[in-house]
Design a protein around this ligand. Structure first.
Ligand code: ZN
Length: 290
């Protein structure tokens, strides 16, 4: 269950040509005959669903020294494409670090598998992308930003109940828009307007604050969750909004969170009652006005 976070030690034994990766720091690597054992230690508390092992004929290299070291793990054939598609991760770390508060882990690794993956997925301290997300055309940068943002929203601050999934996906989707407006792309106002038009064309039967297991990862949760934050930002203004986000990530670093904790914290940043905003965006089916 996501509330029972723990530290982990993960040991993997593979045939030696393979590179084996798990969450945390590599503390031991030992080759005996034709096999190699890799031992990783994840000291920060981690929810079970964020534990991962990745094994492949991979190249492993550090791509940025920066305040947060960034690593790449991918098949050698994807090296040049990786440097284009994932080349702006250090800038993302800088933007997110400034707006969301310090990056919560020791380092960050982007893994690209040799196979195609329908969608990328976050794990603690790393994210996993498919070869189709690494084509050298920077076509998946939105997703590169999304998975990185999960290190704050989802991995460091993890929901205690799955009905609060918007605290992960709404925030990570909003981080895509924040990256866009801070990197010369469309503003979050423009992206919010686009997302809103998209949602208006779809059936409105989901409750964002409690979508049920069948719709947890429905795109409408992502978009409407992000719009909820955009509406809140409109009420608070940029300065207070980002101060709220930084307090949120600091106060609950490496722990479990709920929607109620977020709405309580937000209420301290304004005299305007926020209850109508939460009700309209999170608890009602029909889309409110943007
Ligand atoms: Zn996500």
């Amino acid at each position: 269950h996501p509330i029972s976070k723990a530290s982990y030690r993960i040991s993997i034994t593979t045939d030696s040509p393979f590179y084996a990766l798990a969450n945390g720091k590599l503390i031991r690597k030992q080759t005996r005959a034709s096999q190699t054992t890799w031992v990783y230690e994840q000291t920060e508390p981690m929810a079970t669903y964020l534990a991962t092992i990745q094994i492949g004929q991979y190249e492993h290299r550090q791509v940025s020294a920066g305040p947060v070291p960034v690593f790449a793990v991918h098949p050698p054939r994807l090296r040049a494409a990786f440097d284009i598609d994932f080349g702006r991760q250090p800038q993302m770390l800088e933007v997110f670090g400034k707006l969301f508060g310090p990056y919560p882990f020791a380092d960050y690794t982007a893994v690209v598998t040799d196979d195609e993956l329908e969608i990328p997925i976050e794990a603690q301290g790393l994210s996993i992308f498919g070869a189709n997300h690494c084509t050298g055309r920077r076509g998946s940068e939105r997703l590169v930003a999304h998975e990185l943002a999960h290190q704050w929203f989802g991995n460091s601050l993890t929901l205690g109940q799955w009905c609060d999934i918007w605290l992960h996906e709404g925030f990570a989707c909003y981080a895509e828009w924040i990256w866009s407006e801070n990197s010369g792309g469309p503003s979050s106002d423009q992206l919010a307007a686009n997302a809103y038009q998209g949602l208006r064309r779809k059936p409105q039967f989901l409750i964002i604050g409690n979508p049920g297991p069948a719709h947890m990862f429905d795109d409408r949760i992502y978009k409407r969750g992000a719009l909820t934050l955009h509406a809140l930002r409109g009420v608070l203004g940029d300065e207070k909004f980002f101060e709220l986000i930084r307090q949120w990530t600091t106060k609950h670093r490496h722990s479990t969170v709920s929607t109620e904790q977020f709405t309580d914290l937000a209420s301290r940043f304004t005299d305007t009652p926020l209850r109508p905003l939460w009700d309209a965006w999170l608890n009602q089916r029909l889309l409110p006005r943007l």
